[in-house]
Design a protein around this ligand. Structure first.
Ligand code: HEM
Length: 497
């Protein structure tokens, strides 16, 4: 009766599919093949856009895709909890930064933010350059060959980058298991999605006796073994040189070093918290940049005229140098930045994020009760023709300053926004929209952008890329992250100049 009064009655006033006990509205996914789940979600969103409710079992969800509505939730400093979807990642990422809430979240955010200061990023430049160079060399065996999937190669590179920069470990310490680790991350994120549309499997005993549940435990072990190994290796290296950083990291203070300093006081951070943080940063730091880099590669490979403009820009900034080595050079790659942003608009890596409402809110005259899960459809906002005319076309010029200055600040949020946005931004983001734009595009996510620009400039300077598929032929999978169904197939030829 209480549930009916508090949730069911107010939520049923909002449009959406019919509610059924146990399944809520997720019955619509029954029998839908894996390859069609993404398109089933898009159909429902298109049917009820811009505001509708769904039921995950008996848990109410409000689906949002208007910038004005997203702003209400993301700018708030109370709706900071993550939703049901993240519960499926809880056993893996525990109370790491991505999922934790309240004081625990705030403490971790404060702890790691200095590790993403732009001065520290400058010191990471040599790692970005070195890894980008290895990728360019690995690609040389593919020159003038058939189409191949570039995703695994970029994955290796970004995984090495995050291990070396954030964890302070050289590649030699991790390469053994890196491919298996990347596969385990893909499996785990797919499983989280699988479980989130099957509310009856939220009950652990039921899930664990299912074959997917047994597979889940195996994957979980692989993921935790990898992160525990990273921590052990780093501690071993640190012990070997006392309190000094090992020679290869003299100038760099990695995120793990910062946390390990705090971890010396076990009251502040336990071994389990430490592993949760490492798991979170490994996942958030490599899988996102892998996909974002690959989407830019795909878009350039399917739009040769854009690719040539990027190449011209890279040549004019680098001259005869094979790749960028300084932040100043990267800062001059303005058109490339538009390309990365436009690729992230079409393929925002995290197409959907969620928040739990900590108090009642009102949207379009509807009261949404406290405890409802807000599903924020970043991918749909990015394709709203009101803010992006011809939304399904790849047009990097949209992000030139003269074309984007009047755009609603929540119409483009691939890194989310507000106090719980992607790390690297400041809490000051909540002060005003102007501050938000500043932090979002000038300071925020520098790590990802710096790494991606270095990789893309190094590749484009040497190779001409052709994508196998056109933009409208690309099929997607919703795996926590938006992933391509069949990888990113390209072929490359060497540039002569
Ligand atoms: C293109 C690359 C990236 C994209 C598109 C991206 C996107 C996002 C988004 C949308 C969120 C909000 C998630 C949510 O609210 O549930 C987020 C959070 C986060 N990201 Fe990123 N990210 C990227 C790269 C990175 C990198 C390189 C790191 C670390 C080195 C990182 C670390 C984090 C962390 C720790 C959070 C959780 C922050 C919190 O809850 O306070 N991300 N990211």
């Amino acid at each position: 009766w209480k549930w009916k009064k508090n949730f069911f009655d107010p939520m049923e006033k909002i449009p959406g599919d019919r509610y059924y006990p146990i399944f809520g509205t997720t019955y619509g996914f029954i029998g839908v093949p894996r390859s069609e789940v993404f398109y089933k979600i898009v159909d429902t969103v298109s049917k009820y856009s811009p505001l509708f409710r769904t039921w995950n079992g008996r848990h109410p969800e409000i689906n949002i895709m208007k910038p004005e509505h997203l702003q209400v939730i993301l700018r708030s400093s109370v709706h900071l909890g993550k939703g049901i979807f993240y519960e499926n990642l809880f056993e893996w990422l525990g109370e790491g930064l991505l999922i934790s809430k309240g004081a625990k979240w705030f403490m971790q955010r404060k702890l790691v933010t200095p590790a993403f200061h732009f001065k520290i990023l400058e010191n990471f430049m040599e790692v970005f350059t070195e890894k980008a160079n290895s990728l360019v060399e690995d690609l040389s065996v593919k020159v003038d060959g058939n189409y191949f999937d570039v995703l695994p190669m970029v994955t290796n590179t970004t995984l090495e980058v995050i291990c070396e920069t954030a964890m302070g470990l050289p590649t030699s310490a991790i390469t053994k298991n890196s491919e298996a680790y990347a596969q385990a991350v893909r499996d785990m994120t797919e499983m989280a999605m699988w479980r989130s549309i099957r509310p009856h499997f939220r009950w652990h005993p039921m899930f664990y006796i299912h074959p997917q549940g047994r597979k889940f435990r195996k994957i979980l072990k692989e993921l935790h073994d990898f992160s525990s190994n990273v921590i052990a290796e780093r501690k071993k290296r640190k012990d070997a040189v006392g309190n000094q950083n090992p020679p290869e990291q003299k100038k760099r203070l990695s995120f793990l070093d910062l946390v390990l300093q705090t971890a010396e006081d076990p009251n502040l951070i336990s071994d389990k918290n430490l592993r949760d943080l490492v798991d979170t940063f490994l996942f958030a730091g490599f899988d996102t940049t892998t996909n974002s880099t690959c989407w830019s590669i795909f878009c350039m490979g399917s739009h040769p005229e854009v690719q040539e403009k990027v190449f011209e820009e890279v040549r004019s900034v680098l001259g005869d140098k094979p790749q960028p080595t300084t932040m100043e050079e990267l800062n001059q790659l303005k058109y490339m930045e538009c390309v990365i942003k436009e690729a992230l608009r079409l393929f925002p890596v995290l197409g959907v994020i969620t928040r739990v409402l900590d108090s009642d809110i009102e949207l379009d005259g509807h009261r949404i009760p406290r405890g409802t899960q807000a599903i924020l459809h970043i991918g749909m906002v990015h394709r709203d023709p009101e803010h992006f005319p011809e939304p399904n076309k790849f047009i990097p010029e949209r992000f030139l300053p003269e074309n984007s200055k009047t755009r609603h600040p929540f119409a483009y949020i691939p890194f989310s926004a507000g106090p719980r946005n992607c790390i690297g931004n400041s809490l000051r983001i909540i002060l005003s929209n102007i501050a938000l734009l500043y932090w979002q595009f000038v300071l925020g996510q520098r790590f990802a952008l710096t790494e991606e620009k270095t990789i893309l400039a190094s590749i484009i300077n040497k190779y001409r890329i052709t994508s196998m598929l056109k933009l409208d032929e690309m099929r997607l999978l919703p795996h926590t992250l938006i992933r391509p169904q069949d990888g990113i197939k390209i072929k490359i030829e060497r540039r002569e100049y």
